[in-house]
Design a protein around this ligand. Structure first.
Ligand code: BES
Ligand code: ZN
Length: 623
């Protein structure tokens, strides 16, 4: 059954060239429990959206035209929607088609079932989004750097694209796309696609921006941002978009972008998406980064001034292979995206900045993994498995640090077992073999066995693959990447703990990662006087580096260190990155009436500025 759709889909795609030929291995097909789509009946192969951004109403309004590959005898197309107002469905010939919206599921939304008369291969859906569409954040001018113009951005992963585009919202159903976006005069639209009209074209009521993505991508990667945006090139195929006020800082921070792409290509093969640009968003962006193809979306909290947090960009760039080329077939296979990417990210960092920096980052990752295991119920916790059981749950629930760090630890283990040369050759061939295809955990393991392990029984036993992937915890024998710089930092943290004054700790020349590790290595509880000593010696509450400030604030909250509360309040109200918000609000709520009152009052002020991805998590913490 699958062979039919693979061939038919390829034939239906315009510009099929980047898709592997039909002799390539059959892509992994898996039922996706987070989509209503029935791709074996009718499968969307191309989406064309034509939308107007209405900032007053907080709505996108227009049409989505879907090209469909239909199995013989199939009579319906089912697409995913959530909160969309469907107005009309018609065929390419503009005759109305019959459609129904199914019952609403709070997580999955509503299936839109469209009757397909024989021969109909293109359907047009007229619709508008809800003002509270979960994928979209409509920012008031005050929430931007310039404070003059409003801003809009989308966040599709994992299953939010259906809140702004009616399509088959499953990572295994790849689609090319085209878009025309009309925005008010003075604003610019950017998307995860080729820009056909960089300056836009005048139309009644604003400017129209047109885009085209001619490589098939999973719909969670369709992304849009609208704002007062300017661009600066950083290299022949790299550059940065952001607000004018942020451009110099952003361009300086991302100065190594072109070299990063080159390093990534040297590792795992050609970059297949044309340009690689980064959009630095306003601070409410709920993630560190999002790997939207051709245009990574990034939080401004990486703008440290010293390029010390650019591993996040290496991470999003690495997704151009792991995730965007070879894509997790379902959200249970999320580790195939994030674990591979976390590993690849570290290899890019090593290539650009050397093995000591890479070792520190990997070591921090290992600590993150240990903390995540502890939080998820210890080494027997069900969600510490790489292959996730998400039955009946929002995929967001499985998106912990486990897929990232346990996944990366597994790949590092394989690298150590077979040697870097063999492993790199395998990984490069894996990205080539499965480029533009979905991948399941099963299919990866079987590919690894056919193309790397090749019947080597001793190697198979040593790797413990089934245990790594399907069992909780981490197999015994796996070890952190050692860092000599971190050993020195640990000795100094111990010295402080046993009484050495903060002012006497030699911290000159410390990198951000050493600071993070130093703070993380301090005793969990410290008396106020000793915290005051640290704060005075190192001006921690005034830190401009978001990661160092975050590490300090976690320690401060845990110890009810009152003098840091203004810094805490500033941090929680000036950015909305969920990775920073969650531990701090959780920490406050664990501190009795003192922390709970603080959490409630800060959250009351900050909540309206956060994206729904963040409020969805924090609402459950601050009750
Ligand atoms: N793809 C993720 C972001 C994501 C994950 C969005 C799950 C929605 C659901 C992105 O690549 C990512 O992992 N971002 C991290 C940064 C990274 C350096 C670990 C983040 O945002 O913190
Ligand atoms: Zn990622």
């Amino acid at each position: 059954m699958y062979r039919f759709s693979a061939l038919a889909l390829c034939a239906a795609i315009v510009g099929c060239a980047p898709v592997p030929d039909v002799t390539a291995p059959a892509p992994a097909m898996a039922r996706d429990i987070h989509s209503f789509a029935r791709p074996e009946e009718a499968r969307v192969s191309h989406v064309a959206i034509d939308l107007r951004a209405d900032f007053a109403q907080k709505r996108l309004d227009g049409t989505a035209t879907l090209d469909v590959v239909v199995a013989p005898d199939a009579q319906r197309l089912i697409v995913d929607t959530r909160g969309l107002e469907i107005q009309r469905v018609s065929s390419a010939g503009h005759s109305a088609l019959r459609w129904t919206l199914g019952e609403a599921d709070p997580v999955l939304g509503r299936p839109l079932t469209i009757q397909l008369p024989t021969g109909v291969r293109r359907v047009e859906i007229a619709y508008r989004t809800a003002p509270d569409a979960a994928a979209l954040q409509w920012l008031a001018p005050e929430q931007t750097a310039g404070k003059r113009q409003p801003y809009l951005f989308s966040q599709g992963q994992a299953i939010l694209t259906r809140t702004w585009i009616p399509t088959q919202d499953s990572p295994g159903i790849r689609q090319t796309y085209a878009a025309t976006i009309v925005v008010p005069e003075g604003l610019r639209a950017v998307m995860s696609a080729e820009m056909l009209t960089p300056e836009g074209e005048p139309v009644p009521g604003g400017r129209a921006f047109r885009f085209r993505m001619d490589r098939p991508i999973p719909p969670y990667l369709i992304a849009l941002a609208v704002g007062d945006l300017v661009f600066r090139p950083l290299g022949p195929r790299t550059g940065v978009y952001t607000e004018p006020e942020v451009l110099d800082r952003a361009a300086n921070e991302l100065a190594d972008l072109e070299q990063m792409v080159e390093a990534a290509e040297r590792l795992y093969g050609q970059y297949r998406w044309g340009r690689y640009d980064v959009l630095v968003l306003p601070p409410s962006f709920p993630f560190g980064g999002m790997e939207n193809p051709r245009l990574t979306f990034a939080t401004p909290t990486i703008l440290a001034g010293d390029r010390s947090l650019v591993s996040l960009i290496a991470h999003e760039l690495a997704h151009s292979w792991s995730g965007n080329l070879v894509t997790n077939a379902t959200w249970s296979d999320f580790w195939l995206n994030e674990g591979f990417t976390t590993y690849f990210e570290n290899r890019i960092m090593e290539a650009l900045y050397g093995s000591e920096r890479a070792a520190m980052l990997a070591n921090l990752g290992w600590q993150t993994l240990q903390a995540a295991i502890a939080e998820l119920g210890g080494p027997a916790g069900a969600d510490t498995r790489l292959h996730l059981d998400l039955g009946g749950r929002d995929p967001d629930q499985g998106m912990t640090e486990i897929p990232y760090e346990k996944g990366a630890a597994l790949l590092r283990t394989i690298e150590q077992a077979v040697g870097r040369e063999r492993w790199d050759a395998y990984l490069r061939s894996y990205f080539d073999r499965y480029a533009f295809q979905p991948m399941t955990t099963q299919a990866f393991l079987s590919d690894l066995r056919s193309n790397l392990i090749r019947g080597d029984v001793a190697l198979e036993q040593r790797l413990q693959l089934e245990e790594w992937v399907y069992r909780p915890g981490v197999p015994t024998g796996a070890t952190p990447v050692p860092s000599s710089a971190f050993q020195r930092v640990e000795a100094l943290a111990a010295a402080f703990a046993s009484g050495t004054p903060a002012a006497r700790i030699p911290t000159q020349g410390w990198s951000t990662q050493e600071w993070q590790h130093f703070i993380g290595s301090l005793p969990m509880t410290l008396p106020t006087a000793r915290l005051a000593e640290l704060d005075a010696a190192f001006r921690l509450s005034e830190q401009g580096n978001s990661e160092i400030l975050f590490a300090w604030l976690e320690l401060a909250v845990r110890n009810r260190y009152e003098p840091a509360t203004p810094a805490l309040e500033r941090f929680l109200t000036s950015q909305g990155r969920r990775k920073f918000l969650t531990p701090l609000y959780t920490g406050l709520m664990a501190q009795g009436e003192w922390g709970q009152a603080l959490a409630r009052s800060i959250y009351a002020a900050a909540r309206p500025t956060y994206h729904s991805v963040s409020t969805g998590t924090i609402d459950a913490i601050v009750k």
